[in-house]
Design a protein around this ligand. Structure first.
Ligand code: ADP
Ligand code: ADP
Length: 225
């Protein structure tokens, strides 16, 4: 079962920059796909289209059976809450909310685990080894700790698809390893995982590598496919 399908996707920034030029891509349920390639090759752009954060200029994007690229931003935002969890390079936690509140918030917005948000958030924080810091603020945490909280938050609404954009790029070796292990656990839970990375230690855990060069998918070795 295909959960992500891109067909003939072009994305331009302004008139001159073609970030993606004719990308075709399919990801099946339960796959762990790493998108690799040089800086500026369009990896982040691809993730943002799959997340429905942006839309292509031509071609289409289907995620979980919905052609989200045809939808207006508001509809994509509502869909995104229940369908995908996103982990960013710079964590993007709300600085004025505690760790616990950061994980509770997406559940409140989606209304999926009504009345059980706090309990579930604590379970997820336990999973990522951050339960003891539930009352802290993001600014009091290291980068690695913030990223673990971000992973808990991405799982909050139990989305089938987890996306991550360079999730280990700013972490030291030990935290990199912890985040890589957590993403593997997320995959083993049955989630489909699509992420971008420059980190061979993370790319090496993927079922399949997709290589982007100048906005196009090219053949590449490595991984299991
Ligand atoms: P090698 O197999 O030469 O040791 P690495 O360990 O550096 O390769 O990377 C593991 C896999 O991830 C390789 O298949 C490589 O193609 C891919 N990879 C890692 N970083 C990049 C990158 N910046 N650009 C393209 N591919 C990358
Ligand atoms: P990667 O993630 O592989 O580094 P990106 O998707 O971030 O690549 O960028 C692809 C190309 O699009 C690059 O040339 C980049 O400079 C350009 N780009 C990305 N985002 C924007 C933006 N918001 N405005 C203008 N150009 C952008």
């Amino acid at each position: 079962e295909v959960v992500v399908r891109l067909r003939g996707v072009y994305k331009y920034y302004g008139e001159k920059i073609a970030a993606l030029r004719g990308v075709d891509l399919e990801v099946c349920r339960g796959e762990f796909v790493a998108i690799v390639g040089p800086s500026g090759s369009g990896k982040s752009t691809l993730i943002s289209l799959v997340a429905g954060l942006d839309r292509p200029d031509s071609g289409y994007v289907e995620v979980l059976g919905e052609r989200i690229s045809g939808w207006p931003p508001g509809r994509r935002a509502v869909w995104r809450r229940r369908s995908v969890g996103i982990v960013f390079q710079f964590y993007h936690l709300f600085p004025l909310l505690t760790v616990l509140e950061n994980v509770v918030l997406p559940m409140k917005l989606a209304g999926v685990f009504r009345g059980r948000e706090r309990e579930r958030a604590l379970e997820l924080l336990e999973l990522v080894g951050m339960k003891d810091k539930a009352g802290r603020y993001p600014g009091e945490l290291s980068g690695g700790e913030q990223q673990r909280v971000a992973i808990a938050r991405a799982l909050a609404n139990d989305p089938p698809l987890i996306l991550a954009d360079e999730p280990t790029a700013n972490l030291d070796t030990l935290n990199k390893r912890r985040v890589v292990e957590l993403l593997e656990e997320v995959h083993e839970m049955g989630k489909t995982v699509v992420l971008t990375t420059h980190d061979p230690g993370l790319a090496g855990r993927a079922d399949r590598l997709v290589c982007l060069v100048d906005g196009a998918v090219v053949r590449c070795g490595g991984g299991a496919g």
